[in-house]
Design a protein around this ligand. Structure first.
Ligand code: FAD
Length: 459
């Protein structure tokens, strides 16, 4: 019997444009598809609740697609560095392939690659999640990029000269491995990824459909319709004119290569600016991964070290809870936090406003906000989430200056002028049931600027 090849799925839960899967199918060997729930490796950040919910749906969808093509998805739990070699031993596999990841988890991959190669296996990794891998982009002086605009300029230049690969076709049939060890593994339901007591996921079920199919439906619907309003509308939370693709990109149900190709095909005179603006946002995702690759401790350490001197006051637990629960008495902030809790997502403009309010009006460390988003967002992303929190905090790469404090009332006037978004999430606003503001926006802003002086002098 021919030895199988293992495809180790991670943040690439798709069949089409999946280079590792394509390589395995083309190898002519029987294919064993594997997913490992790794909650034990130091370098792999444990998933939050909403992310687990999404993962359950995404694995269900991928498992069904693989079965239809002739393979199955084996589920294992434990540290990947133990589990992958164990599956190799049980099945007699002589090759393992995967698509690359870019945070600290890549250390796990590097150690495994060395170990398995020493044992004589073929091990290959592929480029699947980014249009430009971080180490291929350098500034004129040879270092990593720290500012988005020149980064994106060089990326665009590169992609003009050397266009992204044409998305790989979805394998129609897969010769699934059926030998010893092929039937082992866990049942997805036993992983307990879905909340039970209490089941808080009702709003997520109403709003999200994990899986590759929905990712493409969303992209096509967006490009056929909403994209024309994107430039003006993308900042208005009451309108849903953005793509909604972030969780699908987070879990790799769609690749940026597919988005690039489809968006460019859909580009015409009417929507050219809008498509460019949308792809620029996809470019921010490339940039956050570039930054994470060069600074893997992005979720825990200030990217700008002088922010280590920031004088965070003792934590006010009740203020943190009021923020988390959407009862700060600041309507746009409360609307965003309730949208997040109910749907597992939040509009980008409101993410900025709620983050700014936590950091600069409540003077609560950005890491606590980042952690809450990590737990409650279905698109909670190891690069995008800490990068954007540090961007708002002022401690990050190409960050907004610390002294820019979003005023949530002015932001609401500008971006939710008719109050549609606030009414949807805070129906009691304007009645006696709505709390008084937790803090005074003007004086807390002054206090934040005074605290920032310490950082300025720490430089
Ligand atoms: P679109 O406007 O349709 O954009 C297309 C794609 O571009 C998105 O799907 C996303 O992958 C990417 N993108 C858009 N904006 C950004 C950005 N600012 N940074 C990086 N990539 C971007 N995005 C996440 O995917 N995961 C997170 O955990 C996350 N946390 C955030 C935390 C804060 C405090 C802030 C301010 C932003 C965060 N974002 C995060 C970025 C952004 O809010 C979401 O990507 C966006 O709201 C998703 O909606 P969309 O898919 O409709 O976006």
């Amino acid at each position: 019997m021919t030895a199988p090849i293992i495809v180790w799925f991670r943040d690439d839960l798709r069949m089409a444009d999946n280079p590792a899967l394509r390589h395995a199918v083309d190898s002519g060997k029987p294919v064993l598809c594997l997913y490992v729930l790794d909650e034990d490796s130091d370098e792999v950040r444990a998933l939050g609740g909403a992310a687990k919910w999404w993962l359950h749906g995404s694995l269900t969808a991928l498992g069904a697609d693989l079965t239809e093509a002739g393979a199955s998805l084996q589920l294992r739990r434990g540290p990947a560095e133990d589990v992958v070699p164990a599956v190799v031993a049980e099945t007699g596999a002589d090759a393992v392939v995967w698509n690359r990841r870019y945070g600290a988890a890549r250390d796990v991959d590097a150690r495994l690659k060395t170990r398995l190669r020493e044992e004589g296996l073929e091990v290959s990794s592929f480029d699947a999640a980014l249009l430009v891998e971080p180490w291929t982009m350098q500034t004129g002086s040879g270092g990593p990029y720290a500012v988005f605009t020149p980064f994106w300029r060089s990326v665009q230049k590169r992609l003009q000269e050397d266009p992204p690969r044409h998305p790989l076709a979805r394998p129609k049939t897969i010769d699934g491995f059926e030998g010893a060890g092929s039937g082992s593994g866990d049942a997805l339901d036993d992983w307990g990824l879905l909340p039970k007591h209490p089941d808080w996921a009702g709003g997520l079920r109403e709003n999200c459909v994990p899986g590759e199919k929905d990712a493409h439906d969303k992209l096509h619907a967006f490009l056929a319709d909403d994209v024309v309003d994107y430039v003006d509308g993308r900042d208005r939370p009451g309108e849903s004119v953005t793509s909604g693709l972030s969780p699908h990109l987070r879990w790799g149900e769609i690749s940026p290569h597919q988005i690039w190709a489809t968006a460019n095909q859909a580009r015409d005179r009417r929507n050219a600016d809008a498509v460019g603006s949308f792809l620029r946002e996809v470019g921010w995702r490339e940039f956050t991964h570039h930054v994470l690759y060069h600074f893997p401790r992005l979720a825990t350490d200030n990217w700008r070290a002088e922010f280590d001197a920031f004088p965070w006051p003792d934590l006010d637990e009740s203020a943190l809870q009021a923020w988390q629960q959407g009862r700060t008495g600041i309507p746009l902030v409360d609307a965003g936090m309730r949208e997040l809790w109910h749907t597992g997502t939040m509009h980008n403009r409101v993410r900025m406003v709620t983050a700014s309010f936590l950091i600069k009006n409540l003077l609560i460390d950005w890491r606590l906000g980042e952690q809450w988003f990590w737990d409650t967002l279905v698109d909670a992303d190891p690069a995008n989430n800490p990068f954007n929190w540090q961007w708002v905090a002022g401690s990050g790469a190409d960050a907004t200056p610390y002294f820019r404090v979003f005023n949530p009332e002015l932001q609401a006037k500008k971006f939710d002028p008719h109050g549609d978004y606030i009414r949807r999430w805070v129906p009691e606003y304007g009645t006696d049931d709505y709390p008084e503001p937790l803090v005074d926006l003007a004086s807390t802003r002054q206090a934040a600027l005074a605290a920032y002086d310490v950082v300025k002098h720490a430089r």
